[in-house]
Design a protein. Structure first.
Length: 221
């Protein structure tokens, strides 16, 4: 039976979290909201609507959520042609593919943004499928993105590992019943990832690749 290696993308395979922080901060500023950057950083990894709700609360004017999302999208879109892959990202996916894992992405990105992220990773030949925000009703920390990724891979949760960089990733993976691996390159502390359910934590994709044989992703199926 095959096994699936499911990966978050932003902050896990591509070094974009702080770009999201700055562009969300600017989108909020333009709309008259004073939201600290550290708070935005903690919310990165949530889908746009959930991120806005998390930072502004239920008492906000929800009719303006679309404007905020559009402002962030426009600001962040300026970086699409130069998004940097994290060290070892493409190499890690190719190694797992060679080891017999089905590689699937689970991300809140979609459309042109997702295309830019995949170009940065530069490993399309080994990515079997992508579960994007357009495919699910609820984003992380709900389990639906991970569950959909497993459906695309055709494997049960017991045969999968999810790699991500935020507490939202770890919570989504845990609710979906998969083993979770955290990476620190998104800027979230090790203790927070472990508390949220990470079985193991690595510095970045290159560190995970180097320590692969002792990780939850060790060996071929």
């Amino acid at each position: 039976m095959e096994r699936a290696a499911v990966f978050d993308v932003d902050g896990t395979l591509v070094d974009t979290n702080h770009l999201h922080v700055v562009t969300w901060w600017e989108a909020f500023r333009q709309a008259g909201h004073d939201v600290p950057m550290h708070a935005v950083h903690r919310a990165v990894g949530l889908g746009s609507t959930d991120l806005i709700a998390h930072l502004l609360g239920d008492g906000r004017d929800t009719d303006r959520d679309g404007e905020l999302s559009a402002a962030h999208k426009a600001l962040y879109g300026q970086y699409f042609d130069r998004l940097p892959a994290l060290p070892g990202a493409g190499e890690l996916l190719r190694r797992l593919h060679r080891d017999g894992w089905t590689v699937v992405l689970a991300t809140s990105a979609s459309g042109a943004e997702l295309g830019a992220l995949r170009r940065a990773i530069d490993a399309d030949e080994v990515i079997a499928a992508t579960a994007s925000s357009e495919d699910v009703r609820e984003g992380k920390p709900a389990p639906e993105p991970v569950e959909h990724a497993l459906e695309l891979a055709g494997v049960p949760a017991s045969r999968a590992v999810f790699v991500g960089d935020t507490v939202w990733d770890m919570r989504a993976g845990g609710k979906a019943g998969v083993r979770c691996v955290g990476v620190l390159c998104g800027g979230i502390p090790r203790a927070d990832l472990e508390e949220a359910g990470a079985e193991a934590v690595y510095a970045d994709p290159a560190d995970l690749l180097e320590g692969l044989d002792g990780s939850p992703l060790a060996g071929a199926p």
